[in-house]
Design a protein around this ligand. Structure first.
Ligand code: NIG
Length: 399
């Protein structure tokens, strides 16, 4: 068991405080990683001896990003659909079928390889923990291999058989399949059940049926809600105690009250909002009402083809009215809450003595640079469970 000391940290953001309002930055800090965990953190001048030392030379260190919404198991791309959208066409749920066809035509090894490649992209941008979903197989065999592929690549997997009803099957028959044999076959590979509650996908009662079947199978609950309109998804998610309801672009006062009065996290997806020219969710109102929020990439070929969490953080600050600290909280500790990993020995999204050593080093003296220098590659190194990765071959920490 060797101990590695990271020192020379200009600003260490721990996210160990219980709210994004509390300051949890240590200036002039150091930390020690041992056995995949944080063994010590505090003022650099008081750091204990270690087997090896990495001096980050005045850079900022913070928890790695926790990306809790992505759809990485797919084949093909939808650049033509994107171009048409940028020329004025509206996004509709139906585009999912074109990715379903490409995904069904691909072999499982290629699906895993593509998802791995996207995960590596995400890691290069500081992501150290990632959720991904099924949802482009949409028949029993397709969802099963998507679940297997997702489980190989991601830390948390959600079953999204209820993404849309695929062509060629009766709606009732499809729901019976999703809540019956499909759920039973994917259950060993997945942690959550998810559904797309929207016009063109599934209504509130259909989503309720899917989520309750998932709960009966022992899965956690999450939901896509209120992306394209006032679908009722947000209130259903709050009522059922979903860990997260994702998108939340269209919220009325009752939706905001329902979220504020629940433990359901509103997961906001700014890259998707830009790529679909959707109104941003009312992030400021959600926070001011006392709701919990998270930020995620929603990487998928239809509505958000990016794995970059720094892009989401910068957009949330520059366009959605969040402070830098609120946005970073939402992409780390808030996101951990959205996958039930905020507390306990496997907690992610914060740096605490005894907790997982999942962290990133920025080529900047403070986290403010994430929004102050948008679009720049600031992440120069990550440690995931104590193992170091260096995202860019042409950068190091020596100066
Ligand atoms: O989260 N909204 C539903 N699912 C994806 C988009 C899927 C697609 O269009 O391929 C999303 O945006």
């Amino acid at each position: 068991m060797t101990a590695e000391l990271l020192t020379g940290i200009a600003e260490l953001t721990t996210q160990a405080a219980e709210s994004s309002h509390d300051d949890d930055r240590l200036l002039g800090a150091a930390l020690v990683i041992e056995n995949g965990r944080i063994a010590w953190l505090g003022p650099a001048a008081e750091a204990p001896a270690a087997d090896s030392v990495v001096d980050v030379h005045g850079r900022a260190v913070l928890p790695g990003w926790v990306d809790t919404h992505s759809h990485l198991v797919f084949a093909g791309d939808r650049a033509a659909e994107f171009e048409a959208r940028m020329a004025g066409q509206r996004y509709a749920a139906g585009g999912i079928v074109s990715t379903m066809l490409a995904t069904r035509a691909a072999n499982e090894a290629d699906l895993v390889a593509n998802a791995r490649c996207l995960r590596r992209e995400a890691e290069a941008q500081g992501t150290t923990f990632l959720e991904t979903k099924t949802g482009y197989g949409l028949d029993l065999a397709g969802e099963l291999r998507s679940a297997r592929a997702a489980a190989e690549v991601a830390d948390v997997v959600s079953f999204l058989g209820a993404h849309v009803v695929p062509p060629g099957i009766d709606r009732r028959d499809y729901l019976d399949l999703v809540t019956g044999p499909m759920l039973a076959s994917v259950a060993p590979y997945v942690d959550f059940v998810d559904a797309f509650c929207e016009t063109g996908a599934f209504d509130v009662e259909e989503c309720r049926e899917v989520l309750l079947a998932g709960r009966a199978a022992g899965l956690g609950l999450r939901l896509h809600g209120n992306q394209l309109g006032f679908s009722g998804g947000v209130r259903l998610a709050a009522e059922l105690g979903c860990a997260s309801v994702d998108h939340c672009n269209h919220l009325d006062d009752a939706d905001i009250d329902a979220l504020a009065g629940s433990n359901t996290v509103a997961t906001l997806l700014p890259a998707c909002d830009l790529s679909t020219r959707a109104p941003f969710p009312p992030a400021r109102r959600l926070l001011d009402a006392g709701a919990h929020i998270a930020l995620a990439s929603n990487c998928n070929p239809g509505t958000s083809y990016t794995t970059s969490m720094p892009f989401c953080v910068a957009t949330a600050v520059l366009q959605m009215g969040l402070t830098v600290r609120e946005a970073i909280w939402a992409a780390t500790r808030g996101a951990a809450r959205a996958v039930g990993r905020e507390h306990g020995p496997d907690a992610v999204g914060s740096l605490r003595i005894g907790g997982r050593a999942d962290l990133q080093v920025l080529d900047a003296p403070s986290v403010a640079h994430l929004a102050y220098r948008p679009g720049m590659q600031l992440c120069v190194a990550t440690w995931t469970e104590g193992a170091r990765a260096r995202p860019l071959a042409n950068r190091d920490l020596s100066t």
